[in-house]
Ligand binder design. Structure first.
Ligand SMILES: [Zn+2]
Length: 353
């Protein structure tokens, strides 16, 4: 891990030098990979839970000098292993909101890091500060981090493993997390940076504390909308997409966004709860938004319902399972003419410059 940190520092230095030097530099690249595309808590066909990996580098390091994970749904660790990316090489983890379909892979990830990388460094966990719900409770990324290993501590496992290897940190995996809270506003704020790679965030509606992110690199930019929806909670409204995400995405090359298909709408008799339908963004409205912001690539993820599924959790899909064409058609109905990626696990887009 220390070895990687040194390499990263050297790389960042080279990248910075490249901006002012006259020598030719290796072409930079940014790779965006959907680590999990399952929408919401149900399981279907082994799909991993929501997550997006953004990598930046060049051909000498296979585009992986900087590795940023956005959301950590079920199975994220296994997905990273398919990419030959050890969790110890993640520079930072960003969470959109406190829903388990976006966070439950974090315990697995941090436990693994504690086993084999207890010497550090800590990983940055970047997320909104505590948010009070109008219903009275608090949504807290800080508490999620503090208590991430509690079940394993309470079971006695951690005491057992500490006795076997005293180099491990006594507080368990929480000791390896550096929580970086930010106050999400209606305008983008920079929340993390490393060399030429900058991450900004904006507050967006879904549940209190929900944040959407943008990564800017010398090779391109990507916005990860998360589960954002429009501030107006239900029709009548112009669109189901978020005005804040649209602001964040203006001029970005790639938009990655959670997606609900209009087939689940209240007018189609699926029985899907209207408030949950209305707090997501539809495929058609995402196409229209991507057209307005000028994105070359729209990556649909967190698909509700999954392609090929007969139901979303307990709710049947009116007209039967959806296909890739069902989603693509829904996007192109908006007039969007860019590249549409209907998300499957480990689908990726790479930009080079
Ligand atoms: Zn979700």
């Amino acid at each position: 891990m220390k070895h990687f940190a040194l390499l990263s520092t050297l790389f960042a230095g080279c990248a910075l030098f490249g901006m002012t030097g006259t020598q030719a530099q290796a072409a930079g690249c940014m790779k965006v990979t959907l680590t999990g595309t399952q929408g919401g808590p149900p399981v279907f066909n082994g799909q991993a839970g929501a997550g997006t990996l953004v990598q930046f580098g060049d051909e000498t390091n296979k585009c992986s000098a900087v590795n940023l994970q956005f959301d950590t749904g079920r199975g994220t660790t296994q997905q990273l292993s398919k990419l030959s990316l050890p969790v110890g090489r993640l520079n930072a983890i960003f969470l959109s909101h406190m829903h388990s379909d976006h966070t439950e892979g974090l315990a697995d990830m941090m436990q693994l890091r504690w086993h084999f990388n207890s010497g550090g460094p800590k990983v940055d966990l970047v997320c909104s500060e505590d948010a009070k719900s109008p219903l009275g409770h608090i949504l807290s990324c800080g508490k999620l981090a503090t208590h991430i290993g509690d079940a394993f501590i309470q079971s006695g496992e951690m005491a057992q493993r500490l006795a076997e290897n005293k180099k491990r940190l006594p507080g368990g995996p929480a000791d390896l997390i550096n929580v970086m809270n930010f106050s999400a506003k209606g305008e983008p704020v920079e929340v993390w940076s490393f060399g030429d790679v900058k991450v900004s965030a904006i507050n967006s509606r879904h549940v209190p504390g929900h944040a959407s992110y943008r990564v800017d690199t010398p090779a391109g930019s990507v916005v990860i909308g998360g589960d954002a929806g429009n501030d107006t909670p239900k029709p009548p409204r112009d669109t189901s997409t978020s005005a804040q995400v649209e602001k964040l995405a203006m001029g970005a090359d790639i938009v990655v966004h959670s997606t609900i298909h209009p087939a689940m709408g209240p007018d189609k008799d699926s029985g899907f709860p209207p408030p949950i339908y209305f707090r997501q963004s539809t495929a058609t409205d995402l196409g229209a938004m991507a057209k307005r912001t000028g994105a070359s690539h729209l990556m649909l993820t967190h698909l509700i319902p999954p392609m090929g599924a007969a139901r979303q959790g307990p709710y049947p899909i009116p007209g039967g399972p959806l296909t890739e064409t069902s989603y693509t058609q829904s996007v192109t109905d908006s007039g969007y003419e860019g590249n549409v990626v209907v998300g499957t696990d480990l689908a990726s887009v790479t930009l080079t410059k």
